[in-house]
Design a protein around this ligand. Structure first.
Ligand SMILES: Cc1ncc(COP(=O)(O)O)c(C=O)c1O
Length: 367
C-alpha cells in the first residue's frame, strides 16, 4: 500500500464537479481580478470567523507583511516571533525592515510567553505568535503580556483557519491575523492565496490599498503598495471550500485520534495543546520520533511519505544566523527540530492507510 503525505488528486476527484462549476462561472463572467466574488468571500470569512474585516490577498506571507506595514512596523522596530515556524514568519518581519527577536517554544511547539517577556526592549513593537500545526498558542497569556507592555499582537494564523480557543477563532485575537490558503492548508485555493483579518477600519483600509499598489482609485495612489490581489477563481473556490471546512477539520481530528490510539509507544511523543484550545485544525500531524531520520528512510522504503517539518529552527538558517544568538541559544526549539516528523495526514486518508503507517512504525522500532 502506498501512502502519500497529501493526496490533492484524490481531493480533486471528490470535488471535481463543484470546482469545475466555480471555474466556469468565473470565466463566463470574465472578471478575473478584484471582483464581486472576492468581496463575497471576504464577507463569508468575516461571518465564519467573527472577524470585523477581511482582505483577500495573494498569500499568507503577504498577509503577514501587510499586517506589519499597515501597523507602521518597520526599521528600528523589533518583533518577537517563535523560532519554530515556516520561514515566512521571519521573512515577513525582515521584509518590512524590522528586526526579528527569536523566542523559544514550549513542548507544544508554540511561543514560550515567559521567555518572550525577557526579550522585550523599548524597541519591541509587536509579538507575532504562530499557531503551529494548527494548535492555538496561549492567546490569554499573550494578550495579557501585550497589554502590560503595550505591544501589538499580529497572529501568524496561517495554519489555524477554523480553529477555536475559548470559542474564538485564531486570527481574531490581535489587531491583525494572517491566514494562508496554500494548497496544503485546510482551507485552500487552486494555488497560492491568503487572507488578512483585522478588527480595525484603519488597518482594513490600508491593507486594501497595499494589496493594489497603494491605489485608492484607478488613477490615484496615496502610498506605495504591491500587487497582492486574490484571483477571482481562487476566491470562488475558497468560498465553496469554506462551506466544507468544519468537516475537513473534524476528519483531520479523527485521523489524529486514530494515530494516537494506534501509536501508543514510548519512541513517539505527540505534542498536545498546552492551553486547552477547543478545536485544533490539525493542518499537519507532527510527532517527535526517536531515531527520526532512520525512521523516515524506513517508511520511505515502505512507500510511506513522511516529511521533516522543519529540521532547522528559524534562528539557525543561513539567512538568519546573524540576527539571533546562534546554536544552543534556544534549546527547546533546537531539540524539537532534531526529532520532528510529519506523518501522512489529510482528509482523504483512510483508516487502513493509518493502520498501515502505524504498524510499519512499530515494525521499525521492533528491529
Ligand atoms: C506558519 C506559517 N506562516 C506563514 C506561512 C506563509 O503562507 P503562504 O505560503 O500562504 O505565503 C505559512 C505557509 O506555509 C505557514 O505555515
Amino acid at each position: 500500500m502506498r501512502v502519500d503525505f497529501v493526496d490533492l488528486k484524490a481531493r480533486y476527484e471528490e470535488e471535481k464537479k463543484e470546482l469545475n462549476e466555480c471555474i466556469n462561472r468565473v470565466l463566463a463572467k470574465g472578471n478575473l481580478v478584484l471582483s464581486k466574488e472576492v468581496d463575497e468571500l471576504e464577507t463569508d470569512i468575516c461571518n465564519y470567523t467573527g472577524s470585523r474585516y477581511c482582505v483577500g490577498l495573494n498569500s499568507g506571507t503577504d498577509a503577514l507583511m501587510i499586517a506589519l506595514w499597515a501597523n507602521g512596523i518597520g526599521k528600528g522596530d523589533e518583533v518577537i516571533i517563535p523560532s519554530i515556524s515556516f520561514f515566512a514568519t521571519v521573512g515577513a518581519v525582515v521584509h518590512v525592515g524590522a528586526t526579528p527577536r527569536f523566542c523559544d517554544v514550549n513542548a507544544d511547539m508554540n511561543i514560550d510567553v515567559e521567555y518572550a517577556e525577557n526579550l522585550i526592549t523599548d524597541k519591541t513593537k509587536a509579538i507575532m505568535p504562530v499557531h503551529w500545526a494548527g494548535r492555538t498558542a496561549n492567546m490569554s497569556k499573550i494578550k495579557d503580556l501585550a497589554k502590560r507592555h503595550t505591544l501589538l499582537v499580529v497572529e501568524d494564523s496561517a495554519q489555524s483557519m477554523g480553529g477555536r480557543y475559548n470559542g474564538q477563532h485564531p486570527g481574531t485575537f490581535g489587531i491583525a491575523g494572517a491566514i494562508s490558503c496554500h494548497p496544503l492548508k485546510n482551507l485552500n485555493g487552486l494555488g497560492d492565496g491568503g487572507l488578512l483579518l483585522t478588527s480595525t477600519d484603519e488597518i482594513y483600509q490600508k491593507a486594501k490599498r497595499y494589496r493594489n499598489h497603494g491605489m485608492v482609485q484607478r488613477d490615484k495612489a496615496e502610498i506605495f503598495g504591491i500587487n497582492s490581489r486574490l484571483d477571482t477563481i481562487n476566491a470562488e473556490v475558497i468560498k465553496f471550500r469554506l462551506r466544507g471546512l468544519d468537516k475537513v477539520i473534524s476528519k483531520r481530528n479523527e485521523n489524529v485520534r486514530l494515530y494516537r490510539e494506534l501509536l501508543n509507544i514510548d519512541e513517539i511523543t505527540f505534542p498536545v495543546s498546552a492551553c486547552g484550545s477547543d478545536i485544533d485544525t490539525q493542518v499537519m500531524f507532527i510527532v517527535r520520533a526517536k531515531h527520526r531520520d532512520a525512521l523516515k528512510e524506513y517508511l520511505k522504503s515502505k512507500e510511506i511519505e513522511a516529511l521533516v517539518y522543519y529540521g532547522t529552527p528559524l534562528h539557525l538558517h543561513e539567512a538568519t544566523i546573524n540576527l539571533g544568538d546562534g546554536p544552543g541559544s534556544l534549546p527547546t526549539s533546537e531539540n524539537i527540530c532534531s526529532e520532528v516528523l510529519a506523518l501522512p495526514h489529510n482528509q482523504t486518508l483512510t483508516s487502513d492507510q493509518i493502520n498501515f503507517v502505524c504498524s510499519e512504525i512499530k515494525n521499525f522500532y521492533k528491529r
